[in-house]
Write a protein that binds this ligand. Structure first.
Ligand code: CS2
Length: 492
């Protein structure tokens, strides 16, 4: 083993890293974007587009990234290397390592609240963007308003000047903007349908509970454009640190690995200005809905399907799962026969080419995207990814057995053991409740379906009442209990 640790990545060494920069020419920008949720996805996606846009067209769009979970270690790791990090793109043609410079500052909430609010008040900051995952929105599943039973939301209602949640922080920020007259655009980049409208709803409902006049002002004056974001970005592994170090000759403790593919479709509504993302491959459009729904219901839905089935079968990564011919046939059939027919996309959008491209992306052997990562937060993801399609198929009396098979896999997954009896942990905001409900079914598929369909945060009442859904889920569970691989072959 090589025990030599090279020096740490720093802005001062960038001249030596020219071959790993998008362009050697670079003017350090002022901060113009505050990004909530400085996880791997943002760093491999929007931050890269923003860096490219600044190279192409200038502008002060440096990024201040915020961890809302108080991840001080991440803040310190990034700040110790001046906000720099590398993106390790892994594709069929090998590896490409690029150092990104757009991130200028990292803050950890709640520790750095004063610094965050100074940024949010700064008129140079014109966009607040977010990748906080589905649960970060603190939404009430039914109404779409802020969830006033959520402990964080309750805290923020009691102490609106010391917020910890997304609706609380944005409401406080927008109050400052109203008072100072400096515009700010709020950009959700999470995998929610109509993510801009969804975020507006959460923020306005929260603001209304604090100050109705402010809520009215936000409703009429603040832009919440919607976006569809896409790039597969697994959690960082020790191998990624080694790749970055080997390529750079410098130590990077915060690299991000990802696939070569990336796509960004953005609703072009930025009254306070935006980077020239349109110059660097982002699609700026009037309506992102067809793209958002196609992505959520084709990509994310099949991702979740692969994840739950693989957890049961004991398969660790997406590429290993899709290398199984039955799994490949199942996912192909699910998209072709049950998902694609429900999507309204413009004629120019070829859903079958999209399907084929997804299957190829899943097969990327260099990515090692872990099924356990995708399986997290199912209670938040299943409704957005699978249940909308399922409702549509049921309403139009079309077959839905593969969609139900996917939902049944999630139900069986909640029992916490692979087919071989190996236990795994369940990460979900509702984990305790879901696991005890699943256990209460005492091994009966019928009872498991009944108790879980009653979880109204996940299943809309109408769907939960569907006798045909209930029946189809029970059959799928019976098949799964004879062995997941066997069931996959049967449903393929
Ligand atoms: C994945 C997504 O973890 C998950 O739930 O389905 O993160 C997926 O990789 C991205 O949305 C791809 O753009």
């Amino acid at each position: 083993m090589n025990r030599f640790t090279p020096p740490r990545l720093a802005r001062s060494v960038l001249p030596e890293l020219r071959s790993h920069l998008l362009s050697p020419a670079w003017r350090e920008p002022r901060i113009g974007i505050v990004h909530l949720g400085i996880g791997n996805f943002h760093r491999a996606h929007q931050a890269l587009f923003t860096e490219e846009a600044m190279i192409a067209a200038g502008g002060d769009w440096g990024i201040c990234g915020v961890t809302l979970q108080g991840d001080v270690a991440k803040r310190d790791a990034l700040m110790a290397q001046d906000g720099l990090y590398s993106i390790v793109e892994r594709g069929m043609e090998g590896e490409r390592v690029t150092v990104v410079r757009a991130l200028r500052e990292v803050l950890a909430m709640p520790h750095d609240r004063a610094a965050l609010f100074a940024r949010l008040a700064d008129p140079h900051v014109r966009i607040v963007s977010l990748t906080v995952t589905e649960k970060g929105y603190c939404r009430d599943a039914k109404a779409g308003d802020a969830d006033f039973g959520h402990p964080g939301v309750m805290h923020d209602l009691a102490y609106p000047e010391r917020p910890v949640t997304v609706p609380g922080i944005l409401t406080a920020a927008l109050r400052m903007r109203r008072d100072s007259g400096n515009p700010l655009t709020v950009l959700s980049c999470d995998n929610l349908a109509h993510n801009g409208a969804a975020l507006r709803r959460v923020v306005c409902s929260f603001a209304r509970a604090v100050d109705p006049g402010l809520a009215d002002w936000i409703e009429t004056h603040v832009a919440f454009p919607s976006t569809m974001v896409d790039r597969i970005v697994p959690a960082t592994t020790a191998a990624d640190l080694v790749s970055a170090r080997a390529a750079l000759g410098y130590e990077d403790r915060a690299p991000v690995a990802c696939e070569p593919f990336r796509q960004w479709v953005v609703e072009d509504h930025f009254p306070a200005g935006r980077p020239a993302w349109d110059r660097v491959g982002a699609q700026l459009v009037g309506d992102v809905t067809p793209f958002e729904l196609a992505k959520l219901r084709m990509l994310n839905a099949t991702h979740s399907t692969i994840a739950y089935l693989s957890m049961l079968a004991g398969i660790e990564t997406v590429d290993a799962a899709i290398a199984n011919p039955d799994m490949h046939r199942l996912i192909h059939a699910l998209m072709t026969s049950e998902i694609a027919p429900t999507l309204n996309v413009p004629l120019s959008f070829d859903l079958f080419a999209y399907r084929d491209a997804l299957l190829e992306r899943y097969a990327n052997p260099a990515l090692k995207h872990r099924c356990a990562q995708i399986a997290m937060d199912g209670s938040q993801k299943i409704p957005l990814r699978l249940l909308g399609t399922l409702s549509k198929r049921i309403a139009t009396r079309q077959s839905f057995s593969r969609l139900a098979f996917a939902v049944a896999a999630w139900m069986q997954f909640l029992l916490g053991r692979t087919d071989a009896g190996v236990p795994y942990e369940i990460h979900d905001p509702l984990a305790d409740r879901l696991q005890s409900l699943a256990a209460s079914a005492g091994g009966s598929p019928d009872a498991l379906v009944r108790v879980l369909l009653d979880v109204h945060e996940v299943f809309p009442t109408e769907l939960a009442r569907s006798a045909s859904l209930r029946q189809t889920l029970v059959e799928a569970l019976q098949a799964l209990r004879k062995g997941t691989l066997h069931a996959i072959a049967a449903y393929a």
